[in-house]
Design a protein around this ligand. Structure first.
Ligand code: ATP
Ligand code: MG
Length: 742
């Protein structure tokens, strides 16, 4: 088995602080345990028998299992080569290998189910079946189309992808073609076509694969299961090699993966699983938390450990996460554990309502720029959204502010195949290659978006269901919206102008990706953590997403929000926009999941009050955009130029216009700010940012009114710090009491 090549460890920068926690390899097995709390230590030292860890987000599950393996290896109880650690993604597996190396336990296999199975299958195929392992089918769609044609079912492109997704679901739930109709009736799934037709296509597809001598992604698991079931000699060899199994994110295991795990174990019980039923977010692919929740039933002798101490997030973030779970229903919710925060206090989560999506993206980017200017590393910041098509406005807003970013789990917007393909079509049409009556008509009307819709053949009616078809539709929808906005901003613009604009955007977004802000979908954010997390687009229709219809599907959407919130260590921002485009109808509302949690929506919750158009009341800073709207453009008070840069607006002058700052006042303000920050246990910029401090030292306000017009001095700051600041500006000792925790 060792003959198969080792994939290189993940080249992604690690997002977990853990990788920097032990710069030196611990000196002994006991030292490995030093970094764990008593319950985690119980997990790490329970090296025999089945172990199940049921715990909420950020409680150190992943940390406990890596330490468990390292402890076992260092204590000489586990042979490194006899351990197989299974995680959810290749990235997580790479990270786990890295952590194990740091803990002095290299040589342990950490893989995904798929990569572990593929490796075994490649190794045993010649003996089990003979010859080489059949070629792995990269894309199923073509074969599914052929199967459909043979069964005389006509599928359009979207249906084709949905049916393909359906076959994948059937395979990971180990549903044979003849059982498919009964299975979906039982689970209440929405079949994209008549179940009888899908059954026929499923059969045809399997036959075609056999005829062509290819296997698909799911077959890798199915065939490994088959080999291990049918060949006791091979099963025995695998059992000799692997004696101990550890599974992370066990709540999202599929029935097929579970079957494989059982075969790997072969009736033995050295299995340690960790998971959080409240983070089950892959049910739509056939995953289920039942295996986690029923572990005790299957293994009555198991050591079950519950972890509730949250080491990742501030009490403010934890409070909100608990609030989301308190409203959850269903089986996973019944098993929830209330998280107990361990970290020191931090800022309250901010809830912000924006007038429209561009304002939301702009506000978010501005906030991110502020954090970076205040010293937060871009790599410890993330913007998380529900679907990948939401990334484009954020890619652009960040690019506009020269903030580097990287996309996780998806290609950059302009690099997605459907977007590139659309670009080619639009370029073709722009140079006049297209001869289409509808296009001509749209062109005569000067309706750019209509032309784009015609060229792309895009219809406003979304395809049924989720998955790749939906993703593709959403990407094109984003492109059409871009055309609408562009057409509005530049009346009379032609298709050629639009193509030029798209090229510019693609180039601007092509910034280098190292050390950037992460843009990712909530699904791709699983298991990761950042100092600052921005959950954006939290409207009804996006979260829960419109196609989540059954109560179970809606609950899964709620869990997605929980996963998103619990990615944040310190700063958490939740936002939504009332309309899609500027000036549009405010037809949207905030996600129902925020009811009772966001201020002004019942039961009360976090602070950080919100308002429209990006104006954050209740002490947060007024946004530059809102100030502009109310008072017209902000001009440099030195040269009179209209300011557009957020930082310059804050300074109320151009960055390079001479400063008339009172250095003495500035020094006093800085010392005072440092003392306040220490008192609050928060970074200095949470009191006032550098730019605000400079603006105060330049303006030297004489009274509250003068102080209040300085950007960054909202009502709450004025109430808390106004008296102190005015004292300092007047050269007096601050008389105010030290600020208290909000
Ligand atoms: P998730 O459910 O999101 O996967 P998790 O339960 O796997 O979370 P980890 O990622 O292992 O949690 O840990 C969360 C954070 O808390 C990490 O930064 C980790 O280093 C830190 N942490 C965990 N346990 C401890 C501890 N005992 N002492 C200090 N820090 C800890
Ligand atoms: Mg984890």
């Amino acid at each position: 088995m060792t003959a198969a090549p080792q994939p290189p460890p993940s080249s992604q920068p690690s997002l977990s602080p853990e990788s920097t926690e032990f710069p030196d390899v611990p000196g002994s097995a006991d030292e490995v345990l030093a970094g764990l709390d008593p319950e985690q230590r119980e997990v790490a030292t329970a090296l025999r028998g089945p172990v199940c860890v049921l715990a909420g987000a950020g409680t150190g599950k992943t940390r406990a299992i890596t330490h468990r393996i390292a402890y076992g290896v260092r204590a000489g109880v586990l042979q490194p080569a006899s351990v197989l650690a299974v995680t959810f993604t290749n990235r997580a597996a790479g990270e786990m290998r890295g952590r194990l190396r740091q803990l002095g336990a290299p040589g342990v296999q950490a893989r995904t189910f798929h990569s572990a199975a593929l490796r075994q299958l490649q190794y045993f195929w010649p003996r089990a079946v003979g010859g080489e392992l059949p070629r792995l089918l990269e894309r199923k769609v073509q074969l599914v189309a052929e199967a459909a044609a043979r069964t005389r079912v006509r599928l359009d492109r979207n249906e084709l992808r949905d049916v393909t997704g359906e076959l994948e679901w059937a395979k990971v739930t180990q549903t044979a073609p003849e059982d498919y109709a009964a299975a979906i009736a039982k689970t209440g799934r929405d079949a994209p076509r008549d179940p009888a037709e899908i059954t026929g296509i499923y059969r045809g597809y399997e036959q075609l694969k056999r005829d062509r001598g290819v296997i698909d992604f799911e077959d890798v698991l199915l065939l490994t299961v088959g080999v291990l079931q049918d060949r006791p000699d091979i099963a025995e060899q695998v059992h000799r090699q692997y004696q101990h199994f550890v599974v992370d994110e066990y709540q999202d295991v599929s029935p097929l993966q579970q079957r494989l795990l059982e075969l790997w174990l072969g009736g033995r019980d050295s299995l340690c699983v960790v998971g959080d039923a409240s983070q089950t977010i892959y049910s739509f692919t056939g995953a289920t938390p039942d295996h986690l929740l029923d572990f005790r039933v299957r293994h009555p002798e198991a050591t079950v450990v519950k972890l509730v101490r949250d080491y990742r997030s501030t009490p403010q973030v934890v409070h909100l996460a608990n609030g989301v779970l308190a409203q959850a229903t269903g089986r996973a919710a019944a098993a929830r554990l209330e998280l107990v925060a361990q970290r020191e206090a931090g800022p309250e989560p901010a809830f912000t309502e924006y007038a429209d999506e561009p304002a939301e993206a702009e506000g978010t980017a501005r906030h991110i720029r502020r954090l970076i200017d205040a010293g937060v590393a871009p790599s410890s910041i993330a913007v998380l959204y529900r679907i990948n098509a939401q990334s484009e406005v954020y890619e652009q807003a960040l690019a506009d502010r020269s903030v580097p970013y990287q996309l996780r789990g998806a290609e950059r917007f302009f690099e997605r195949p459907e977007v590139r393909e659309a670009g080619v079509k639009l370029r073709g049409a722009a140079v006049g290659g297209k001869n289409d009556a509808m296009l001509d008509e749209a062109g005569r009307d000067g309706d750019l978006a209509a032309q784009v819709r015609a060229v792309l053949g895009w219809s406003p009616e979304p395809p049924a269901g989720s998955g790749t078809v939906r993703d593709r539709w959403e990407s094109l929808a984003a492109l059409v919206r871009l055309a609408e906005d562009f057409g509005r901003a530049r009346p009379g613009a032609t298709l050629r102008d639009l193509v030029g604009e798209l090229a510019e955007r693609a180039a601007a977004q092509h910034a280098p990706t190292v050390e950037g802000v992460t843009l990712a979908s909530l699904h791709a954010a699983k298991g990761l953590e950042w100092d600052a997390v921005f959950l954006v687009g939290l409207t009804e229709g996006m979260l829960p997403i419109t196609y989540a219809k059954t109560p179970e599907q809606v609950e899964e959407e709620r869990r997605l929000l929980y996963v998103g919130i619990t990615r944040a260590r310190v700063h958490l921002s939740l936002s939504w926009a009332l309309s899609r485009s500027p000036g549009g109808r405010a037809s949207r509302g905030p996600s129902r999941f925020l009811t009772g949690l966001r201020p002004g929506s019942g039961r009360g919750g976090g602070a950080g009050v919100v308002s429209q158009g990006g104006v954050e009341r209740g002490g947060a800073e007024r946004s530059a955009a809102a100030r502009r709207r109310r008072r017209g453009p902000v001009r440099c008070r030195v040269c009179g130029r209209t300011l557009t840069d957020a930082g310059e607006i804050k300074l109320m002058r151009c960055e390079d216009c001479p400063s008339d700052m009172d250095e003495g006042v500035y020094e006093r303000l800085r010392d005072w700010r440092a003392a306040q920050a220490r008192q609050l246990g928060q970074p200095a910029y949470c009191v006032f940012t550098d730019k605000t401090l400079i603006a105060i030292a330049e303006a030297v306000p004489a009274n509250e009114q003068e102080l209040s017009v300085i950007s960054g001095v909202g009502k709450r700051k004025l109430d808390r710090y106004g008296a102190d600041v005015l004292d300092l500006c007047a050269g007096r000792e601050p008389s105010g009491e030290p600020a208290e925790e909000p």
